[in-house]
Design a protein around this ligand. Structure first.
Ligand code: MN
Ligand code: MN
Length: 469
């Protein structure tokens, strides 16, 4: 082999070039990524909405010896606790050996994804067909939700205090539902609408049946027949929809994508991919030096509002409880804490290259993506991590040999977005966004790479394992 020229040596020393995982990682890593992706796909299928993700996590945590958090109880290093916030959000922690007032390490992801929620009075009949009226949740391109098999997920709270769990349309022998779209033959006017109105909000009506109740005299016989079926199956009447949270989700399982099966396609990678990788990564660290806290938040897709979203106080109260029991101030703990806001970024898509600034985009297969800031316009509505904390995270990942890249959410002034980062940093916690690059984000079928998922898992493990010195 010819000796390297001075320019080549200098390039190696001075240039920064992100690397493709398939060039950088070993065969053993590639196999480990494939194995990890199997568990992730099972999680995607079982935990399609926030309540299901919390149930999945609680079951796993209890198997691993975690117990419900008791405010006021003093914990020793190595103890494992969780707090289930109303079945829709979660904190889990393992107490570290370092004194709590020196801070904790937080991994905060969200487990809600864009979808179509049922309205409080959803059920109606029109022209012999039964429908649910919906109100979409989060940022969707509404036209993508027509002519697609949908499943129904959620809960119905009954007047007697009991709760009915609904999950229908995921198994092969179960029916699915769908929003109908107009045939092209009659869509001459519809196709001239702006894309945002391809299907309008009030056109997102879910078809749920057509067989009328057998009775010549009654009216709304299809609606009546559907209500009879619902009563027989779930014990509910029409009024019970008022105290329900039901949503239509894309039906079906996560699938490998590509001849090489290198990618995973599924509904709701954003942000269950970071929820799963953060929990699995943290669980690798059984006796941490620094207390780790994994947070699953709800409501991120609608601005983190509500008492299960991170704009509320549930994370702060959880940390304050730990601090109080340890006899230190909650403020001291938070001010010395660090957080990885675990959320996805938009992977460079060559089909739509003009919305990305290529030098500052993240790429599929280039590893976990660190996003210094999100927001829009002049960095409005963002956390914008400090140089110091970026440097800290960078050195943790490099020391653990984790493949990472950086990314910005599209070109300047082309759009933007936000994450939970600004709500955690508002607690005086050093915070930066980090997660998995995603193609077709917020579509009913999003795509991620198995290597990126694996690198993200490794990054979260490294963060929880890192020394607190
Ligand atoms: Mn997200
Ligand atoms: Mn999102």
């Amino acid at each position: 082999m010819a000796e390297k020229t001075q320019a080549e040596l200098l390039r190696e020393q001075l240039f920064y070039e992100p690397k493709n995982a398939y060039d950088k990682l070993s065969e053993a890593d590639i196999e480990a990524a494939e194995a990890f992706s199997k568990g992730y796909k099972a999680f995607l299928d079982e935990a399609k909405m926030e309540r299901e993700a919390v149930s999945f996590a609680v079951k796993l945590l209890e198997e691993k010896g975690f117990v419900p958090h008791e405010p006021g109880k003093k914990y020793r290093p190595g103890e494992r606790i969780y707090y289930n916030n109303r079945g829709k959000a979660l904190c889990a922690a393992v107490i570290g050996s370092r004194p709590l007032e020196k801070g904790v390490r937080i991994l905060a992801s969200h487990i809600d994804s864009p979808r179509v929620d049922l309205k409080p009075r959803p059920l109606y009949e029109e022209a012999g067909l039964g429908y649910f009226k919906t109100h979409y949740y989060g940022g969707i391109k509404k036209y993508q939700w027509g002519a697609l098999p949908l499943s129904l997920h959620g809960v119905i709270a009954l007047r007697d205090g009991t709760q009915v769990t609904v999950r229908l349309g995921e198994e092969a022998d179960e029916p699915v539902f769908c929003i109908t779209d107009l045939l092209p033959h009659l869509a001459a006017e519809q196709v001239k609408r702006p894309l945002a109105q391809g299907l309008k909000g009030e056109e997102l009506n879910i078809l749920i049946g057509s067989r009328p109740f057998k009775d010549d005299k009654a009216s709304e016989k299809v609606k009546l027949a559907i209500l009879k079926l619902l009563f027989d199956k779930y014990g509910i009447t029409e009024a019970d929809f008022l105290s329900a949270e039901l949503c239509g989700l894309p039906a079906g399982s996560a699938r490998d994508v590509g001849f090489d099966c290198s990618l995973i396609g599924a509904y709701g990678h954003d942000d269950r991919v970071c929820a799963y990788t953060s929990l699995m990564g943290a669980l690798q660290v059984e006796n941490p030096e620094v207390t780790w806290v994994v947070v699953f938040a709800d409501k991120e897709e609608v601005g983190s509002e509500g008492n299960t979203g991170l704009h509320s106080s549930f994370l702060k109260y959880f940390i304050y409880d730990l601090a109080e029991a340890a006899g230190v101030s909650g403020r001291a703990v938070l001010s010395h804490s660090q957080c990885l806001s675990a959320d996805v970024n938009a992977a460079f898509d060559p089909t739509f290259a003009d919305v990305y600034e290529k030098r500052n985009s993240c790429f599929i297969n280039y590893g976990v993506v660190i996003t210094k800031y999100t927001g829009s316009r002049g960095k409005s509505g963002t956390n914008d991590a400090s140089a110091e904390f970026m440097g800290k995270v960078r050195s943790i990942l490099d020391d653990a040999d984790v493949l990472w890249q950086t990314g910005e959410l599209g070109k300047v002034d082309i759009g933007g977005g936000g994450t939970v980062a600004m709500y955690v940093s508002a607690l005086d916690v050093d915070t930066v966004d980090i997660g998995v690059p995603v193609l077709s984000m917020h579509a009913p079928f999003e795509v991620v790479s198995k290597m990126d998922v694996y690198c993200t898992y490794k990054a979260f493990e490294a963060f929880c394992r890192a020394s607190g010195k």
